[in-house]
Write a protein that binds this ligand. Structure first.
Ligand SMILES: [Ca+2]
Length: 532
């Protein structure tokens, strides 16, 4: 610690004042040589000089008619490096706390007055210089962590804070890139946490009892008269009942001129933010919204749409249809399954459910259904239309190809026919196949005949394949018997867990050589009725 500084006026070296723990090597004003104060002292920047003026260390701000405040609570700071944001420097990139985070400031239209106002807001005395494109000049690598939130800042000389200066609307993308951040240099030193100010910084109020600035303690509050009593909020918040709100409650609008929530015009139920409360967004019962005004009746050329609140419209919105009588012109909601309807509520022209199709009912009205009725198919526009052949139960391929038939016709190769073609036989489901249905065989003349009981499935009148329940197939004779007889035992071709048996090399499933697959030591030998 070097308690020395030089006073240039007459070239004499003078000791650092007692309150100072650090002094300038050269001070242009002998009354303000300090850079850091001892514990228990507060820093007072030179309010006059715009050179490297330093400050003085006082025992109390009160004696000077000033207020004490803490640098840590300031909403404006100078940042010198990525690693050390908000360091106590009197030079660096300008950052402003707003909406719960720090933003940097664009250099567009920057003025020396801006620099001066903001340096004094930070308790750093007069402004010395500003550096446009500060990010670019310092070649910071972490530029992506910075977002420019303030643009076109324009301070009057009387301003005591950047929050009193005009700027482009916050929240819109500023028309400047990340390198265009403004950097400032202030005359004072930033060595101490506590410093003296003429007016409390933003978000603070003067507590006269101990000459200190105290926090408003209201989130989003810029100006307050005492703790918890806000009088001005940061945009886009609005002042309501001494606090700040994101949006005004129903019946109120955000007054863009005053920044507070004010009552809507008596005609409105709710109204839009703006310079007055006369732009209604909804109306009271028995009134309709017409172009921002609440009216008793819609104009003659408009329709009344009353869903959540009454509105005058030029065309009925989707999901409603118009009903025009000599006395009223209104829009009425469509039936719930209709996305669009015409004439009456349940006459759909489009369906809410994407897979649904439009079915024309007997009264000519179209309804949305999961599928077309028999004899119809869905066109590309989802309207159900008749199949080409009236005997089709269902059809596809543009209605040309049947997939089922009605009126006792048979389905043959996608067509419905009165009888199956030669060599084809009607099977269950009314389909023509080149074989007889189960339990029947084709006789010499090509007619299907029933198998002889107790035969169940057969190839001809005397060649049985399976038997009715309670009968066994004699596979060498292809007939069904009620008992196997001597030398034969019943055999079921069903598998069991221990032994797998199969017949191979025979003409029929129940004919052939027996093959066994045995697991473990004991193989059970089962002999079919069919094997001698
Ligand atoms: Ca700009």
């Amino acid at each position: 610690m070097t308690p020395q500084f030089q006073y240039l006026a007459n070239g004499t070296c003078l000791p650092c004042p007692s309150g100072c723990s650090s002094c300038l090597a050269t001070a242009d004003d002998v009354r303000y040589p300090c850079t850091v104060c001892h514990q228990g002292f507060v820093y007072v920047a030179n309010p006059q000089s715009a050179l490297t003026a330093g400050g003085r260390c006082a025992t109390s701000c009160d004696n000077l008619g000033l207020l004490a405040t803490s640098r840590d609570s300031s909403r404006v700071r100078l940042t010198t490096s990525v690693d050390d944001p908000g360091s106590r420097a009197s030079e660096g990139r300008l950052e402003v706390w707003y909406g719960g985070r720090w933003w940097s400031v664009c250099d567009d239209r920057w003025t020396m007055t801006n620099t001066d106002v903001i340096c004094q807001e930070m308790g750093l005395g007069r402004g010395v210089a500003s550096t446009p494109r500060y990010n670019s000049a310092n070649l910071w690598t972490a530029m992506s962590t910075i977002t420019i939130g303030f643009d076109d800042v324009d301070c009057d000389v009387t301003a005591t804070s950047i929050f009193e200066c005009r700027h482009a609307p916050f929240g819109f993308p500023p028309d400047c890139d990340q390198q265009q951040t403004i950097g400032l240099r202030c005359a004072g030193s930033a060595g101490n946490s506590d410093y003296c100010v003429e007016a409390c910084p933003v978000g603070h109020f003067p507590d006269d009892a101990n000459s200190r600035c105290r926090s408003c303690d209201v989130i989003g509050c810029l100006v307050c008269s005492s703790e918890g009593v806000c009088t001005r909020c940061e945009q886009p918040q609005w002042l309501l009942n001494q606090t700040c709100v994101q949006s005004c409650p129903p019946g109120y609008y955000g007054n863009t001129a005053t920044g507070s929530c004010d009552r809507c015009d008596a005609a409105c139920l709710t109204c839009a933010d703006g310079i007055s409360g006369t732009s209604c967004t909804s109306c009271r019962v028995a009134q309709a919204l017409n172009d921002g005004a609440c009216v008793e009746e819609c104009p003659r050329d408009q329709l009344l749409w009353n869903m959540t609140s009454a509105v005058c419209v030029n065309h009925c919105p989707r999901g409603s249809y118009q009903v025009v009588t000599s006395r009223s012109r209104i829009c009425v909601p469509c039936f719930a399954t209709c996305r669009q309807c015409v004439g009456v509520a349940d006459n759909c022209t489009d369906c809410v459910t994407s897979g649904h199709v439009l079915v024309t009912r007997s009264n000519g009205v179209k309804s949305c259904e999961p599928r077309c009725p028999p004899g119809q198919y869905p066109r590309v526009d989802k309207h159900c239309v008749p199949c080409d052949d009236s005997r089709c139960g269902h059809c596809y391929m543009g209605g040309h190809v049947c997939s089922s038939c009605i009126d006792q016709s048979y389905l043959e190769m996608g067509r419905c026919v009165n009888s199956c073609s030669n060599g084809l036989y009607p099977n269950p489901g009314g389909t023509c196949f080149p074989f007889c249905p189960g339990g029947q065989y084709s006789d010499q003349s090509g007619q299907c005949q029933p198998c002889q009981i107790p035969c169940r499935h057969c190839l001809s009148a005397d060649i049985c394949v399976t038997c009715q329940p309670g009968y066994y197939l004699l596979t060498n004779q292809r007939t069904c018997v009620s008992s196997c007889g001597s030398g034969l035992v019943p055999y079921s071709s069903r598998r069991n867990d221990d032994v797998n048996i199969r017949l191979v090399g025979g003409l029929l499933p129940t004919d052939g050589a027996v093959q066994l697959f045995a697991r473990g030591n004991v193989a059970k030998v089962l002999i079919s009725c069919a094997i001698k």
